[in-house]
Design a protein around this ligand. Structure first.
Ligand SMILES: Cc1ncc(COP(=O)(O)O)c(C=O)c1O
Length: 453
């Protein structure tokens, strides 16, 4: 029998580790990875994952301490999520969402809207986090155009924010270490001082401050509100910029400021949405209603990419041509894909069926206390912070900074815990369904690493 060229190209024998790494080095370009290290080191080859653990090709397990880039909230291989993908893939795989619809995306939008802190919101589906941010920024600009305010072309944002790696997202979320090559290309937006409690310029502690750092944002609004469509923030936690956790009060003040100056508030909940802050959404935790909200990552339990922008009804209605608006000419091939929608729909149900918010409540103080205890004992001049299911230690330069954090993560890996520090910040962002025993294991490993470092 003749074999097709596709069949011929499939290797008959599974590649061994050495060959896999050789082939990887020849053909794969890894994100956020030092190529020299890929070429020189025996980087891990991950074969499977279950619950909180990933398993390498030698069968060794590692607790996934960063929930695979902050998304596998239910852990890996949850049977209900796998079933949702499998079942939907049998009947409808993709269909355009422009001008037509399908059952899954309708139910998903209804559920997401009901869960969100934006009443009667409309869901605009995108692919990954950055594409949701791009759409949110464009919706904000376009909303003001629809209303006849053509001069509102800029944004307020925070220094050291991160909203993804596309040009619009970097224009509001510049992290020097990641994005400095693009500095000349980016839109000139207004960046306020970051609420960085670990290095508070006023020398205050978050429990005893009056968010004095908010004055920077107030000053910018007073000068430039008429030029700006919106302010965008990562609510309560500036994530990739260095896990900067900040008080609810900051967000509340921001909402008031937006109302006073008639500026839209965009809460980027891609990282912190779906329970990470201890509430379903961080903006909800702060008692704040955004005008636009972006979600991603945990929306699908982290198994397939899907993100969305939730927009208030007022914003949505402004796009109706019959009301003087203009159609939103923006979209993605896989917007609201039926398989991913089925998965996200199942994931939204699982947040309540698995009682995720209730289950994490006793773990939240444990995480905070353990971070503080380790920092006090081993890194007394550094800074620990925690909120919801996020715990971080920012290691000061005098105690080794980024080099120490990298060394500790390496030592943790040897002991079966996967961490990926952000510069000098060593942090835990585990699957939300982690058990107390597993969480204690993380701290045991860290203690051991610190004792031996
Ligand atoms: C707050 C925030 N916004 C946007 C993004 C970009 O998401 P993605 O990596 O899916 O493009 C991230 C990614 O970490 C994020 O933390």
């Amino acid at each position: 029998m003749k074999t097709s060229s596709i069949e011929k190209s499939v290797p008959e024998v599974r590649m061994g580790d050495a060959e896999l790494r050789r082939t990887d080095r020849a053909h794969v370009w890894h994100p956020y990875s030092n190529i020299d290290r890929i070429l020189e080191d025996d980087f891990p080859l991950i074969e499977r994952a279950e619950g909180c653990y990933i398993y390498d090709s030698n069968g060794k397990s590692y607790l996934d301490g960063i929930a695979s880039w902050w998304c596998v909230n239910f852990g890996h291989s949850h049977p209900e999520l796998l079933r949702a993908i499998e079942e939907q893939s049998r009947s409808l795989q993709n269909v355009i969402l422009a001008g037509m619809s399908h059952r899954n995306v309708i139910s998903l939008s209804q559920k997401l809207s009901a869960l969100s802190p934006i009443p009667d919101s409309h869901c605009y589906f995108t692919g990954d986090g950055a594409s949701a941010v791009e759409a949110a920024l464009r919706i904000a600009l376009h909303y003001w155009e629809n209303r006849g305010y053509t001069q509102r072309k800029k944004f307020f944002c925070l220094k050291d924010a991160y909203h993804g790696d596309t040009l619009g997202a970097i224009s509001v979320g510049y992290v020097e270490r990641f994005h400095h090559q693009l500095s000349g290309l980016l839109q000139d937006n207004y960046r306020a001082m970051s609420p960085h409690c670990a290095a508070c310029p006023f020398g205050l502690e978050p429990d005893f401050c009056d968010t004095e750092c908010f004055a920077g944002m107030e000053g910018l609004f007073a000068q430039h509100a008429a030029e700006c469509a919106a302010v965008i923030v990562e609510p309560l936690c500036q994530g990739a910029g260095g896990i900067r956790l900040y008080p609810e009060d900051y967000l509340l003040k921001l909402r008031v400021l937006c109302d006073r100056y008639n500026v839209l508030l965009i809460c980027d909940e891609i990282a912190v949405g779906f329970g990470r802050s201890g509430s379903m959404f961080a903006s909800e935790r702060a008692g704040v209603r955004p005008d636009l909200m972006t979600v991603g990552k945990g929306l699908t339990g982290g198994y397939l990419p899907m993100s969305a922008v939730l927009a208030s009804d007022e914003i949505y209605q402004s796009f109706r041509p019959s009301r003087g608006g203009e159609t939103f000419f923006h979209g993605h091939t896989y917007s609201g894909n039926p398989i991913v929608s089925a998965l996200a729909l199942r994931a939204l149900d699982l947040y309540s069926e698995e009682r995720v918010l209730e289950r994490i409540q006793p773990l939240i103080p444990l995480l905070a206390e353990e971070c503080r205890a380790l920092q006090k004992e081993f890194l007394p001049r550094s800074y620990s912070s925690a909120k919801g299911m996020i715990g971080a230690i920012e290691i000061c330069a005098a105690e080794g900074g980024a080099k120490r954090a990298a060394g500790l993560a390496e030592a943790a890996w040897q002991r079966g815990l996967y961490l990926r520090p952000l510069g000098s910040v060593l942090y835990l962002w585990p699957p939300l369904l982690i058990s107390e025993v597993e969480l204690r294991f993380c701290f045991q490993v860290l203690r051991d690493c610190l004792q031996n470092s």
